[in-house]
Design a protein around this ligand. Structure first.
Ligand code: OAD
Length: 251
């Protein structure tokens, strides 16, 4: 493990334009369960029944009660962990240019990263289905579900449901950042959901070195990962950043 971290640090310390793609795994140590695998949200809640846009449009009250309130409980309590903080330091050191995240928890921004692309949107903002007004989730009463806008329209979270398109600007910017990077860190994603899982392939096709941090193997591990580091983000990322910092101090 130590040797893998050293090798990853060698690569990162000479990188000119590193990008990270994160998934639910980076927020597990902040107390937010992942979607897949043991203890994952989709073990408790059937995503096709409650996380598809048609399910929301057919019965918004039930989706609010079953899915959105459940997610809100976990997200409300969560604070950035050592993995998130390591990425802030990597940005501060001038190594990391952009964070592409599939997470809707806002923890990268809360930690302090400046350039964060929210590939699947943000959970803390709501949008009215009728008038498109935006409002903070925290400012809305959830006593009666679904919550409504002052115009009477139903409010939905600004993150995407299954069956919806990726926000256009997030998609274009992510594709560009992936094509332009020389190193891509892929942290805490099962790499099973498209088109997010295509980003490492775009990076690789354009010559980037792929470093993967995950306690479990993913479809990337045996295919395009140059350096899979098997471990938790909260442990591996700070060690990696420390090694990068040491190398930068030597030059
Ligand atoms: P998943 O739940 O599919 O995968 C989480 C990954 O994190 C797994 O590969 C775990 O092995 C890994 N993991 C667990 N604990 C970790 C830790 N401490 N450190 C690092 N990695 C850890 O989550 P995503 O890949 O993000 O979409 O899922 C992608 C999308 O599927 C989500 O954005 C969501 C979901 O349906 C939408 O909501 C649209």
């Amino acid at each position: 493990m130590a040797e893998l971290i050293q090798r990853a640090a060698d690569i990162l310390a000479t990188s000119k334009s590193a990008v990270v793609l994160t998934g639910a795994g980076i927020s597990v140590e902040s107390g937010i369960p992942p979607f897949r695998g043991k203890g994952g949200l989709w073990e408790k809640i059937d995503p096709m029944r409650y996380a598809h846009i048609n399910a929301f449009l057919n019965d918004p009250a039930t989706v609010w009660k079953v899915l959105i309130k459940e997610m809100k409980q976990a997200l409300d309590r969560a604070r950035p962990n050592a993995g998130h903080m390591g990425l802030v330091e990597l940005e501060r050191l001038g190594i990391l240019k952009t964070v592409i995240t599939q997470n809707v928890d806002g923890l990268h921004q809360m930690a302090g990263n400046k350039d964060v692309i929210e590939f699947h949107g943000n959970f803390a903002r709501l949008r009215c289905l009728d008038c498109s007004r935006h409002i903070e989730m925290a400012k809305v009463s959830l006593a009666k579900l679904p919550p409504r806008c002052r115009c009477g329209g139903i409010l939905r979270p600004c993150c995407i449901f299954f069956g919806e398109l990726i926000p256009h600007r997030a998609l274009i910017r992510s594709q560009q950042a992936s094509a332009d990077c020389d190193v891509m860190l892929v942290i805490g994603t099962s790499a099973e959901v498209q088109p997010a899982a295509t980003m490492p392939f775009i990076a690789k096709d354009n010559g980037a070195f792929i470093i993967e941090i995950n306690p479990e193997p993913t479809p990337l591990t045996a295919s395009i990962s140059n350096l899979p580091v098997m471990g938790r983000a909260g442990t591996i990322v700070p060690r990696l950043v420390e090694e990068v910092r040491r190398r930068l101090a030597q030059v």
